[in-house]
Design a protein around this ligand. Sequence first.
Ligand SMILES: Cc1cc2nc3c(=O)[nH]c(=O)nc-3n(C[C@H](O)[C@H](O)[C@H](O)COP(=O)(O)OP(=O)(O)OC[C@H]3O[C@@H](n4cnc5c(N)ncnc54)[C@H](O)[C@@H]3O)c2cc1C
Length: 475
Amino acid sequence: MRTVQVTTTSGELGFLDEAALAGFRASLQGQILLPGDEDYDSARTIWNGMIDRRPGLIVRCADAGDVAHSVNLARYHDILVAVKGGGHNVAGNAVCHGGLVIDLSSMKAIEIDSARREARVQPGCLLGDLDQATQAHGLATPGGIVSTTGVSGLTLGGGFGWLSRKFGLSVDNLISVELVTAEGQTGTVSASENADLFWGIRGGGGNFGVVTSFRFRLHEVGPQVYAGLIVQPFSVARDYMRFHRDFVAAAPDELSVWLVVRHAPPLPFLPASVHGQLVLLIPFLFLGEATEGERLMKPISRFGTPHGAHVGIASFTGWQKGFDPLNAPGARNYWKSCNLNDLNDGAIDSVLEYTQKFPSPHCEIFIPHLAGAVSRVPADATAYGHRDAPFLINVHTRWESPADDRRCVSWARELFDALRPYSAGSVYVNFISDEGPERVQDAYTGATWERLVDLKTKYDPSNLFRMNQNIKPRA
Ligand SMILES: Cc1cc2nc3c(=O)[nH]c(=O)nc-3n(C[C@H](O)[C@H](O)[C@H](O)COP(=O)(O)OP(=O)(O)OC[C@H]3O[C@@H](n4cnc5c(N)ncnc54)[C@H](O)[C@@H]3O)c2cc1C
């Protein structure tokens, strides 16, 4: 053991001496990784290749006790602390320069109670782990659309995907969590225990503590679902998108249809001549009989002359991995995002203008459609705000070389500025890059924001948990 350099919460240089480290190590079930240790580099590497931070120490926690010891160490020595769930967040807050990373990636147990339709999930699980465990019982809970995303960060920000129109957000299916607070206290947080915190952690991110276990409600899903991808030529994109907004507004909750504008990946069902061309991808999932899904989807499948389609009965777990290849870790990423009250002509025109100037062939614009069950939960029921916005536009700027950073980031910002007059002004907290404190506030309605600040002031007055889309406590 040796003395370790750390960064304090105020950004100054600090030290953990041998005795402090030895005492800490003796209290842990898990592992401490220091610069130079074998797994140190892999543990500090996250999904977004733009983020290259060197923590002072990384604690690979084995259990909730390790999390509490780490929180206590950080608080006692005033060390900057970051919490890593799946490490997928584009802003890169899962790691910090010089501080202590509470790495939850080894805590991956899942228990399914199929009779009660509940899952207990440890915070290092990825969505693919959760889907696999729940689908073994023909059950599932709403999560995101890329299987390598962490359950933790996704849920604490809200969490939506193909099941959300029918069953709501991930937070709408949360029964309780086990939480370690900034004081190092461990306890259950639910509608009946610490209800104020339960409201706050359902959308307020990791601002109030470290979740060491999630308990979710499950629903019957699949294991086979009717789903697929239709690929339209870019030339019909404007007409299709105008048609799409009316189509999805009238669709039942069981049907989710999203839009993606990008260069066509080399999908086997597309003619080779289409690969690499700008196209409109129309992925969908229907929770019901295939014949009914086919009937409902007819207006879309018969729209114009698609380049191709891959539609049919698929395993839900397979479908949940469909977008993984386009979202592999390691590339450089900068996202901009905004909610939309409607998919209006101005937004459509801006998207189509800027997609023709994509700064890299890996960029894409995702336009999910929510509404349904998400919008029927009262706005003040959870900290997740803006349930009334049925669409959002997520600008995934993705490229390979650091030499392209400035060009790619500028493109995303310009598109965002062009979209601003047509957007709702609000944003989903989990899609914010490092964009400053004002943008964090845009993720919440005014009344929600004030309530979140009160909660932060009560439970984390020194802002120990600041490596996140931060809600600052009152002075
Ligand atoms: C390719 C891709 C696809 C995505 N698709 C979707 C989607 O379909 N739907 C959707 O809703 N979102 C989606 N997201 C966004 C996703 O919800 C966020 O990136 C989310 O933060 C990822 O969670 P994580 O645990 O992997 O992140 P991390 O980077 O590990 O953590 C994110 C934040 O949460 C905090 N945190 C993590 N775990 C805990 C914990 N246990 N306790 C307290 N704080 C914690 C971290 O400190 C950090 O501030 C997608 C992201 C990517 C990159």
